[in-house]
Design a protein around this ligand. Structure first.
Ligand code: FA5
Length: 224
């Protein structure tokens, strides 16, 4: 779909992880992502969203629109459970140009989800909150374990949350030196560990990180 693939640092500056993502110091939403700090200003990134600020800062819009995805590992002081790990993957997506709308975001998300999972899985968009997007949504996919009936894996909701998204907040553009009166667009951040769980029927995210060879061998093409 024409996206540039970029990677960024896992040991990140607080400025890019929070400040430039419209999360000033003492902003209550910082609690949404419990953080491993290395020093006052340096942390293990809690999300791939700092790559939005890093890319926006550099992009030359006279050369055309910005369309990037950025995969990588992120870290949070989350309590491990079947769908949460303290270390996991995210893929950030960012599209900025003139005249980008929420319909472009929705079309992109539907295309992506159906391409990966096929038509037997539904998605739903729920209104949500992120400091760096307005409006914001969270996207859920039908639980692979119970196909929507409700089970332990999906905490009896029938859905598994796989990504957050929204229209990029004007403050994020402004802080990166981009004029929000001219340019705008959408961003999303998805959790590929949860995508892999859905696709391969893995009921506990911790299995990816425990290095049990009996589990890992299933995915080793040489042993199949
Ligand atoms: C974020 O991290 C936002 N940066 C996403 C975003 C990007 C929103 C751009 C808007 C625009 P959230 O905390 O909801 O949002 O995490 C995004 C996804 O990462 C979740 O949907 C989920 O799939 C995955 N995720 C979050 N926490 C964990 C965890 N502890 N273990 C595994 N996956 C997780």
């Amino acid at each position: 779909m024409g996206y540039e693939v970029l990677t960024g640092p896992e040991v990140e500056e607080e400025k890019y992880n929070f400040e430039m993502m419209n999360l000033p110091k003492d902003h209550p939403a910082r609690d949404m992502q419990d953080t491993f700090y290395l020093t006052n200003d340096i942390l293990m990134r809690t999300q791939t969203s700092p790559m939005q600020a890093r890319t926006l800062e550099k992009h030359d819009f006279s050369q055309g629109p910005l369309k990037m995805i950025s995969p990588g590992i992120v870290y949070r002081r989350d309590t491990d459970d079947p769908t949460h790990s303290h270390q996991f993957h995210q893929v950030e997506g960012l599209v900025i140009d003139e005249h980008i709308t929420m319909a472009d975001l929705k079309g992109t998300l539907i295309t992506m989800t159906h391409e990966i999972f096929g038509d037997k899985f539904d998605i739903r968009l729920r209104p949500s909150y992120f400091p760096f997007t307005e409006p914001s949504v969270e996207v859920d996919v039908t639980c692979f374990n119970c196909m929507g009936k409700g089970c332990d894996v999906c905490k009896h909701t029938g859905w598994i949350e796989v990504l957050g998204a929204g229209m990029v907040h004007p403050n994020v553009l402004k802080m990166a030196g981009v004029d929000p009166d001219v340019y705008g667009g959408f961003a999303f951040g998805l959790g590929p560990d949860r995508f892999a769980m859905l696709q391969y029927g893995v009921t506990d995210i911790r299995d990816f990180y425990l290095n049990d060879v009996r589990f890992l061998n299933q995915f080793d093409k040489r042993s199949n």
